[in-house]
Design a binder for this molecule. Sequence first.
Ligand code: ACO
Length: 320
Amino acid sequence: DAASQMKPDAWTVSSNEALKLSLVDEQGAVQFCPIFTYPIFGDSEQIFGYQDLQIFLAFDSITFKPFSNVRYSAKLMDTVDDVQKKILEFLPPNDVVVKDEISWVDMFTKERLSFNLPGSHLRIKSYDIEDEQFAIYKVQLQDPKIKLLHKRMQIFTLFFIESASYIDDEDEGWEIFLTFNVKTKQCIGYSTTYQYWKYTGGPEFDIDANSSATGKISQFLIFPPYQGKGHGSLLYNAIFDIWLGSPSVREITVEDPNESFDILRDRNDFLRLQGTGFAEAIPDQLPLDQEWLKSQRLSLKLEKRQFMRLIEMTLLNKSS
Ligand code: ACO
């Protein structure tokens, strides 16, 4: 009736529910909702002015070529926010196919023909899960093909990582680690990383001898359809192992980890420590010797806070 039509509630929807994300493959589309939309639609995560609003944002699961369409049964007035425009602001310009689904399918089908995984010299790990083969690659973000892929994928960090923002992808320092399904060429997840250099003195031209880097995991994401199968742990361990083996990296850190990343990190660091015989080597005498702690921490390349958590976990595990 006319009176209820005038209530503001009738014209307000949750942007987290209105936005339908999907990844499209040969079998069809896997649809899921974002966890956060405030970077796009504002802190209240509400959209005013529409009824039965649905915002579709779909990606080809291989090329990540984006498609978007907005549907609603009624619009309050012409001056309400243009939701389609808001979404487009966060995606590469002139890349999103709007409304015309058939031409989107045409375009990504063509793009797929020339879509290749990064070169095998960039592959740092291969593994199988449920009879499917996966590989992890370490690539400079400046690689043009990876840069475009990243420009298309990065909106997922806003949807799934609280307080995420876009990185400066013109900066030469970014390295990106990506996991692909080897057969389908689908990207399973990725992590952007950066090495911060510290100069420890000496002549400046002798960079190797007088400097060391902190390896930082910046954004870390496994796409929702592929979560909970171990890909996150394998990606984290692959990054860690590369930096453990790199003489220039002195310490490994994570930018603003959330609770689920902390759990993943604790579990995998703990297992790595057990593999090194750390628990057996830990002295029985408390307090623990500071020099011993320091040498252990440096050789494991752990930052202080994380190292102390692991010591606690190890001691608890020993005494239980
Ligand atoms: N079969 C079934 N379950 C498994 C398997 C397996 N083979 N292997 C591991 N699991 C379980 C783990 O035990 C774990 O269980 P839990 O949820 O009870 O702890 C769970 O699956 C997750 O472990 P993984 O599968 O290794 O991790 P996943 O691939 O799901 O990645 C991540 C975890 C990265 C947090 C992912 O869920 C994600 O991307 N979330 C959204 C974005 C996000 O939060 N990113 C981190 C932000 S912090 C930052 O960016 C620095």
